[in-house]
Ligand binder design. Structure first.
Ligand code: FUL
Length: 411
């Protein structure tokens, strides 16, 4: 009965536990007040005189983020590392007299701070003349990837963006082969033979239920086409929700603080991403100086603090197998959140469940759902109780509940 259930690899399992990632969109666009460069902006513009990758990583860490992803190359083709493949890179910029390497600085800061590090490498390249020749570009892209996969230590994720590549075929067999060869533990985002998938929007929210199994996902924001994944793509392909902290702006823009999302909005995203069992990849863009701007830093720290305030300390928690699990609290409390996790190493077994609280000697339903997967957060009507239980009403196999926890978050 269990045999048909998809299960994660140990690497996927570890990645799903990370829950919060920070995206850094940084590059030539940062200097041009634009989201998509066309590959003609001069490298002379790139000069992050105060660049301090430690400030980025410490902020991420202090806010409770567990991995970061840097745009090593966005669609404009400008490379943040001194690649041998093109002159369109930091090497042609005045920054550190062309001797700098942003990828190196972020990788070093991550190593020092114990932060997991990943890279975004846009397949679509608007600068490379060879882009027009698919075979030549495959060679070029493979070389760029090899530099990144071999030069900067362990990577947690490689982010393959479908934007601009709608309808274009790359040599995925070769690309995925390179990732597997050099970074066998890295997650592969959405293309080729992915191990994680795009949630399908850039709003930072997952639908509910958001099952961990999938056969395809959308290519990009600009098409309703679904990706064709290679045959060896695993059945277990959990979703990642990406969203910029400034409304629809992935790169930094001057005088744009009004587009910073509110704390309330970010908390809503948290409930609808992590709370629906996915990871949240929140973009905070470094500015022209090469620093995370103060208002964004403050907001993301507030966000982390609010997550800790609500979910840092449960009133109690229980774990176990079977269709029913009870959590007895030490004393009666006002419960307003119940957070359930499956032990997904055994697959996603729960298909329907009810959460009940004992009130006046009777079990009263307070929440119900379908998927649990890595995590489900149920915000419930504040209920005074000392006993909470989950009843699984539909299951693929015997449920393994990693944790059933109750909280009094005051929200
Ligand atoms: C999209 C890109 O076009 C945006 O610029 C950004 O990089 C986002 C994460 O993915 O597809």
């Amino acid at each position: 009965m269990n045999q048909r259930l998809a299960v994660p690899t140990p690497q996927q399992l570890a990645w799903q536990d990370l829950e919060l990632g920070m995206f850094f969109h940084f590059g030539i666009n940062t200097y041009c007040d634009q989201e998509w460069g066309d590959g003609t902006d001069s490298p002379e513009l790139f000069n992050p005189a105060e660049l301090d990758a430690r400030q980025w990583i410490r902020t991420a860490k202090e806010a409770g983020f567990n991995y970061v992803i840097l745009t090593a190359k966005h669609h404009d083709g400008f490379c943040l590392w001194p690649t041998k493949t093109t002159d369109y890179s930091v090497r042609s910029s005045p920054w550190k007299n062309g001797q700098g390497d942003v990828v190196r600085e972020v990788a070093d800061a991550c190593r020092e701070e114990g932060m997991k590090f990943g890279l975004y490498v846009s397949p679509w390249d608007r600068n490379a003349p060879c882009y027009a020749d698919p075979a030549a570009y495959d060679d070029f892209y493979a070389e760029q990837l090899t530099e990144l996969l071999t030069g900067y230590g362990p990577l947690v994720e490689v982010w393959f963006d479908g934007a601009g590549s709608e309808g274009r075929e790359y040599d995925w067999k070769r690309i995925i082969g390179l990732v597997k060869q050099h970074q066998p533990d890295a997650m592969i985002f959405n293309m080729g033979a992915p191990t994680i998938r795009w949630v399908g929007n850039e709003d930072g929210v997952a639908p509910y239920p958001c099952w961990n199994t999938a056969e395809s996902a959308r290519v990009s924001m600009f098409t309703s086409d679904m990706n064709t994944w290679m045959e060896e793509t695993p059945g277990w392909v959990p979703a990642e929700c990406d969203v910029p902290i400034r409304k629809r702006h992935w790169f930094w823009h001057p005088n744009d603080e009004q587009s910073l999302h509110s704390l309330e909005h970010l908390m809503d995203l948290y409930y609808r991403s992590v709370g629906h069992g996915t990871t949240l990849l929140l973009n905070v863009s470094p500015d022209k100086r090469g620093l995370l701007p103060e208002p964004d830093t403050e907001r993301v720290l507030e966000f982390g603090a609010e997550i800790r305030r609500r979910f840092g300390q449960p009133l109690g928690s229980a774990s176990g197998t079977g269709s029913e699990l009870e959590l007895a609290l030490d004393e009666e409390a006002l419960v307003d959140h119940v957070v359930t996790m499956e032990n997904i190493a055994h697959g996603e077994r729960v298909h329907a469940y009810t959460i009940e609280a004992e009130v006046g000697g009777e079990w009263k339903p307070v929440a119900a759902g379908s998927a649990i997967g890595h995590k489900k957060i149920d915000r419930i009507e504040p209920t005074r109780t000392s006993r909470v239980r989950i009843r699984v009403t539909e299951e693929a196999a015997e449920p393994h509940i990693r944790s059933l926890a109750a909280y009094s978050a005051g929200e």
